[in-house]
Design a protein around this ligand. Structure first.
Ligand code: FAD
Length: 116
């Protein structure tokens, strides 16, 4: 039987959004051209305007003023995103993620091959 699913709360929305953001960064070009860099900047700026958790979005906009998105390469974007997420983790009392593990977590999977 069909059971109606609930709309996402800010935890479910947050997990889905971080999955999207980190995966997008993990597959961003190593050497993005000027157009790609500019599109990524406007994507993140638009994102921070419309993210449907008002105070999360406001906090993100503030952080982005202090530390603007780094879009010059895949690694720069991925590390910048990792730093943004860690600021939220810190604020919420969650564990700080080791950004050296970004590719393992979001692109390549662990060395034992169980995600292949
Ligand atoms: P999440 O924090 O959602 O993380 C999901 C997975 O990402 C983790 O299991 C881990 O494998 C991986 N991960 C963790 N840290 C990193 C990192 N630094 N880099 C790469 N991967 C990582 N919630 C609030 O209550 N208040 C807020 O102000 C708030 N602001 C937010 C702003 C944004 C832009 C987003 C996307 C979410 C925000 N959230 C906020 C939601 C919050 O960040 C979490 O998503 C939510 O609390 C669920 O947490 P979680 O423990 O499931 O893991």
């Amino acid at each position: 039987d069909y059971e109606a699913e609930c709309p996402p709360d800010k935890e479910v929305l947050g997990r889905a959004t971080w999955t999207f953001l980190h995966t997008m960064a993990a597959y961003y070009p190593d050497k993005p051209n000027a157009q790609e860099q500019s599109t990524m900047k406007s994507l993140l700026s638009s994102f921070s305007q419309f993210y449907p958790c008002g105070y999360c979005a406001e906090h993100l906009r503030e952080e982005m003023k202090v530390d603007p998105p780094k879009v010059e390469s895949r690694m720069e974007l991925a590390w910048w995103m990792c730093g943004m997420h860690n600021k939220v983790n810190e604020m919420l009392g969650k564990e700080i993620f080791d950004c050296n593990k970004l590719d393992e977590r979001w692109r390549d999977g662990p060395a034992d091959g169980r995600c292949d």
